[in-house]
Write a protein that binds this ligand. Structure first.
Ligand code: 3PG
Ligand code: MG
Length: 380
């Protein structure tokens, strides 16, 4: 176990839980759509991921009360963010377990209001945090209960911390990080931190255009962040000076100025838009992944929801599934891509956290972990 998690109590540290009421903070912030009969869960991964902890408690005679946020309702009840569909799914998977209404229906959750914490912990004998996806938020339900209740991290949180801190502290080399998604500005901190530990950084997704622009390439009308070009130039220089390879696309799939499907090199004509890495790039990125001993992947390589622009993400996902490296995938979009291609079972760890996994990799700690370390029952 990495050092940071050493002083955090685990379920066993709660002692006998029989007959005790345990408040379990879960991250049931699941993707949903509007079905004919109302809101529907499109992926219950985060609910299933909390079951080992819930079952550990219930089989030992505890009564479990789960609490989660859903969406961003901004401190007031919003019907589309009701926990009801989650409650129904949870009742199928873990009968008899209670689930509170959306924590973010109360402004006290995000403002970390002590009065809201008091209401949450009223009647509870112990607290378990299993909400890895929200552990980077210093909200009432995350940092409040461990101030007074005997507390522990659940099995999911424990595994996430072990895997992600393991990447930070003792990865097998070559360690390759594959980053995609639209904005480099969201991932700057983690890129800076990763440059210190990875052997290679592979960059796809729309964020590659900010890097390509930093190299002086015309990028047509592709999405990019003009105010980050200088930062990308600096990152490229820093990587080169430190001997870390940054792999950028050598070809791009997209549309030309007339909207027709096209493949380009790295110099895009006026009016062209890139939406995916090209076939040469996908093959080159796959080789880097196949040669690695540790791979961390966050963010799709292109707009994979559109079948015309799914090939890059699919090829990368296939390489991540096929490589002998220890593979970790973080972030809802990459996890959704893996699931779409039927490859989710072929990676070593699919993180339930997006922002939380990046922040843990970047900083080595999270507000939720810090709070557990100070719980009344924590040692040292
Ligand atoms: C997530 O889905 O990223 C987590 O549940 C946290 O949600 P938030 O980004 O709205 O805080
Ligand atoms: Mg988020």
């Amino acid at each position: 176990m990495p050092a940071t998690s050493g002083a955090i109590p685990v379920l066993e540290d709660l002692g006998d839980v029989a007959g005790r009421r345990v408040l379990v903070r879960t991250d049931f912030n699941v993707p949903m759509d509007d079905g004919p009969g109302g809101r529907r869960i499109t992926d219950d991964f985060r609910i299933r991921a909390a079951l080992p902890t819930i079952e550990w408690l219930t089989t030992r005679g505890a009564s479990v009360v789960c609490a989660s946020h859903l969406g961003r309702p901004k401190g007031e009840p919003v019907p589309k963010y009701s926990m009801e569909p989650v409650r129904a799914r949870l009742a199928e998977l873990a009968p008899g377990v209670e689930l509170l209404e959306n924590l973010r229906f109360d402004p006290g959750e995000e403002s970390c209001d002590p009065a809201f914490v008091d209401r949450l912990v009223a009647g509870a004998d112990a607290y378990v945090d299993d909400a890895f996806g929200a552990a980077h938020r210093a909200h009432a339900s995350i940092v409040g209960p461990p101030r007074t209740l005997p507390s522990a991290m659940g099995r999911l949180l424990q595994r996430e911390v072990e895997v992600l801190l393991g990447l930070r502290e003792s990865p097998k080399h070559p360690f390759v990080a594959v980053l995609g998604g639209s904005k480099i500005s969201d991932k700057l901190g983690v890129v800076e931190a990763l440059l210190g530990v990875v052997d290679a950084l592979v960059v796809g997704g729309a964020m590659c255009f900010t890097f390509l622009a930093a190299q002086g390439n015309p990028i047509g009308d592709s999405l990019f962040e003009p105010d980050q070009v200088e930062t990308c130039r600096r990152l490229l220089e820093r990587a080169a000076a430190g001997g870390t390879a940054i792999h950028l696309p050598e070809d791009v799939n997209g549309v030309d100025a007339r909207g027709g499907y096209a493949t380009f090199g790295t110099r895009l004509p006026d009016g062209a838009k890139g939406f995916d890495i090209g076939p040469g790039t996908a093959a080159a990125f796959s080789d880097v992944v196949m040669d690695a001993r540790t791979v961390f992947w966050n963010g799709p390589m292109g707009m994979f929801e559109d079948p015309r622009f799914a090939a890059g993400t699919r090829t990368l996902a296939e390489a991540v599934a096929a490589t002998k490296a220890f593979t970790v995938v973080g972030g809802g979009d990459s996890a959704a891509a893996l699931a779409q291609f039927g490859l989710a079972d072929d990676v070593d760890h699919v993180s339930t956290g997006g922002g939380a996994s990046l922040e843990l990799l970047e900083l080595g700690d999270l507000p939720g972990l810090e709070a557990l370390r100070k719980a009344p029952n924590a040692r040292g």
